[in-house]
Design a protein. Structure first.
Length: 428
């Protein structure tokens, strides 16, 4: 038995979906541990594109158990839409999909409150995905959240909903000057969702631990990335969950002693969507060229992603807080054809040089990156499957990343498709 956590080492969109898809081949269980339908994992199989927001990408393989853990927040309508979409694409999820009883439910007031909050922030907007993620986690921590199991107890659900709407409608009417929400409308809508989802709701912590006890391989699928972590990211420009590897323990009910490997998914350059500091951002034609070539537009919101050079302070921070055992380097082919590549090795701010990622948001906003330059390569790396077949300068780039980060590159993704990959070290 072996377990591997898949975690993003940057600001999300590192290409986790494809790596999870490839590793699922040898796993029996794939489990999501945090986030919600703010995520967007794209997988291309035989020219068919699948975009998953909530359901683990393992679902694209027959017979794999796919679990949404307690650490995830679930918008039932988005989940049902995703299930229907998969069915239309010929993927039947009925026998192998499970949702934690304890996962919190995103309610219509969460999206309404988020919309109002963001619009009142003006220039200080976080640029959220608008899916109600933050307000839903806020309710969880404030201890008045509604959980999936509450959908199975209609009287209790009605009671909790009424109590929550008391406060929510007061805020909507008096603070935000917005229309109040009607309890009855929400109740009947959510009871319909409950009817559709009840068969999947289970004690997933028991199930996942049993699978491990019986010696099966398990993949823990993270969403977003380390720098969006509520504790270890660029706060307040973060999401509201623990995106780091430790989130797999709290978000699934799995003890830390049961995690064998932590694979950090790392894009060969850096992107960020939404507001917040990004020291190596390229605000020029090159940034635009990378965006176009890399298809750097949000899988969930369609927003253009900000693009920039690889940042070692970000990656070393990710190595530390996740305890990475290796990395999977993705989208290497997007850098083909560049004359020069830059890797950020430090920041300077007010006469001081930083080697470790600073916590202060002001420093991050105003620091200057220190770059190391390397020659690029002209040859195409698209679809290469053998490390030795990579251009010499691409190999140098990879080896330099390993040196500067102190972590082994174990997988290299050289294209969107499943088989466009170099595997240097098996994870299972
Ligand atoms: P929220 O998760 O919708 O609250 O958004 C908070 C921040 O996280 C925003 O900057 C979003 O753009 C960013 N974010 C959330 N989910 C993803 C993701 O899956 N990929 C990249 N950025 C994300």
């Amino acid at each position: 038995m072996s377990t591997v956590v898949i975690v993003g080492t940057q600001w999300g969109d590192e290409g986790k979906g494809k790596v999870v898809d490839v590793l699922t081949e040898k796993a029996a269980v794939v489990a999501r541990y945090q986030g919600g339908n703010n995520a967007g994992h794209t997988v291309v199989i035989k020219n068919e594109k699948y975009v998953l927001h909530l359901i683990p990408s393992g679902i694209l393989h027959k017979g794999k158990k796919c679990i949404i853990g307690n650490g995830v927040v679930i918008d039932p309508s988005a989940l049902i839409e995703e299930m229907d979409g998969l069915k239309e694409q010929g993927i039947d999820i009925d026998d192998n999909f499970l949702i934690s009883k304890s996962a919190h439910v995103i309610m219509p007031y969460h999206t309404a409150i988020e919309r109002e909050n963001e619009s009142r922030k003006g220039n200080n907007k976080i640029g959220t995905t608008g899916r109600g993620i933050g307000p839903s986690y806020t309710d969880k921590v404030a201890r008045h959240g509604i959980r999936m199991m509450d959908l199975l107890a209609p009287d209790l659900f009605r009671e909790k909903l009424a109590a929550n709407l008391d406060t929510v409608n007061f805020l909507l009417e008096n603070l935000y000057k917005a229309a109040p929400l009607k309890a009855e409308d929400i109740y009947s809508q959510y009871m319909k969702y409950a009817e559709r989802l009840s068969r999947y709701i289970a004690d997933t912590d028991v199930i996942i631990n049993r699978e491990m006890d019986e010696g099966r391989n398990v993949l823990f699928e993270g969403a977003q990335g380390t720098l969006l972590d509520i504790d270890h990211g660029t706060y307040p420009f973060v999401t509201s969950s623990n995106t780091i590897a430790g989130g797999a323990c709290t978000g699934l009910g799995v003890g830390p002693t049961r995690i064998d490997k932590v694979l950090g998914i790392t894009k060969a350059y850096t992107t960020r969507v939404g507001a917040g500091p990004f020291p190596t951002e390229l605000k020029d034609e090159l940034g635009e060229a990378i965006r176009q070539k890399g298809g750097e537009f949000g899988a969930t919101t369609g927003r253009p992603r900000r693009c920039g050079w690889l940042d070692m302070l970000v990656l070393r921070h990710a190595r530390r807080v996740n305890g990475l055992t290796g990395i999977a380097l993705t989208k290497l082919d997007i850098l083909d054809g560049l004359d020069t590549l830059k890797i950020c090795t430090g920041y300077t701010f007010e006469g001081r040089t930083y080697d470790d990622f600073p916590k202060e948001i002001d420093v991050l906003h105003r620091c200057e990156p220190v770059y190391e330059e390397m020659d690029g390569w002209k040859e195409s790396t698209l679809g290469i499957r053998d490390f030795d077949a990579l251009p010499a300068n691409a190999k140098r780039y990879i080896r330099r990343i390993e040196e500067l980060m102190g972590t082994e590159v174990q997988i290299i993704s050289t294209g969107q498709k499943r088989d466009e990959i170099v595997v240097l070290k098996e994870q299972f």
